[in-house]
Design a binder for this molecule. Structure first.
Ligand code: PLP
Length: 356
């Protein structure tokens, strides 16, 4: 249905031998999917081609004004050797919502799916086999006009690159320490906090350096208006279990709507757990810790799936959650979701797209 050319690579790279040393985001496969946009033809020239460097004009708009969006998802290998994706169409739909906010022309999501499937058919041997490993998928769009005026670009490049990634947790789900950021903010009302765009991450770097210097793993962002309400953590959404209920900030425009977040909320409701999506003040979390009703806290995202929070620090005040250990809900969500993603458990939600 979609015409996707394939240009073969002249030589294959060596595939990683030791899957325990894969790490994250450092090695890339032999091929990438690329398509281009111009005003006359729209999105065009879809192809799978060798992974290679781009030639860029120094005036290229993405380099100056950050007009770009990206996505992150994974291809999983089942025990029987077959491959599968988890909710990939939700990633492309979110990418189009991000694109629209950044004044980037939207693309045909089925075209992107076809490109991804073709790329994965060719690169299937790059999907690692060991427990907890996967092939990370990074779709990206960048503005390519060589032009210094502040205006949406007339030309764009859409590409998908792949990298084999290691098990996030080599030694069980280790809880992290989180620093509640009360000086810098990540996103504001009416801005583009809900999009995956480069600028959001640029805005976050300084605070994460400061948090690391203080001995914390990540930053918990508060809202950009009053710095009172919890938003999210680094590149994860955040959930709390307070008084038996699973509570997470409602999607208000400044929070990224995580697919892991949505999946865990659906699984929680399916398991009969009471779920609340609403504003949650950081004081409510600290009060709950003080009165003994804060049972668990964990981040959710594609990379880690679930990341238990063992400690929260705000203004020099430190609370320890569930004795600094992973709680039963975080563990159950992790087991269930990774079970579905790797094909160990049945998928009652229709989330899996099997490739082979
Ligand atoms: C990607 C991302 C998430 C998590 O989204 P998933 O779809 O679950 O991977 C959360 N917050 C931010 C800022 C992100 O970039």
């Amino acid at each position: 249905m979609y015409d996707i050319r394939v240009t073969p690579v002249p030589a294959y790279k060596d595939k990683p031998q030791d899957e325990s040393k894969l790490g994250f985001g450092r090695r890339f496969t032999d091929y990438m999917f690329v398509m281009e946009y111009n005003r006359k033809d729209g999105w065009c020239n879809a192809r799978v081609q060798p992974y290679e460097k781009f030639q860029m004009d120094p005036a290229c708009m993405v380099l100056h004004y950050g007009q770009s969006v990206f996505e992150g998802m994974k291809c999983y290998r089942r025990k029987d050797g077959g491959l599968q994706l988890f909710r990939p169409r939700d990633n492309f739909a979110r990418m189009n919502r991000s694109a629209d906010r950044l004044a980037i022309p939207m693309f045909d999501e089925e075209m992107a799916m076809a490109g991804l499937v073709k790329l994965l058919e060719i690169e299937k041997d790059w999907v690692p086999h060991s427990e907890g490993t996967s092939l990370y998928i990074r779709p990206t769009i960048i503005a390519t006009d060589p032009f210094l005026g502040v205006h949406p670009s007339n030309t764009y490049l859409f590409y998908i690159i792949l990298c084999p990634v290691g098990a996030y947790y080599a030694h069980g789900l280790a809880p992290v320490g989180i620093y509640v950021e009360d000086q810098y903010v990540r996103a504001v009302r009416g801005g583009f906090g809900f999009t995956k765009t480069a600028g959001n991450y640029a805005a976050s770097l300084k605070a994460s350096v400061v948090a690391e210097e203080k001995g914390y793993d990540q930053v918990l962002w508060l809202d950009g208006v009053e710095q009172k309400y919890v938003e999210e953590v680094g590149s994860m959404n955040i959930m709390f279990k307070i008084g038996g209920k699973l509570i997470t900030p409602a999607l208000n425009g400044s929070i990224l709507g995580g697919i892991t977040r949505d999946s865990i909320l659906k699984m929680a409701r399916h398991m009969g757990l009471e779920v609340e999506e609403r504003k949650i003040a950081i004081d409510e979390v600290f009060d709950a810790a003080a009165n003994g009703t804060l049972e668990e806290a964990f981040g959710t995202g594609t990379a880690a799936v679930v990341s238990p929070v063992g400690e929260l620090c705000k203004d020099g005040q430190v609370i320890t959650i569930n004795g600094g250990k992973i709680g039963p809900v975080a563990q159950a969500m992790y087991d269930q979701l990774t079970g579905i993603q790797y094909g160990r458990l049945e998928d009652p939600f229709g989330w899996i797209v099997k490739l082979s």
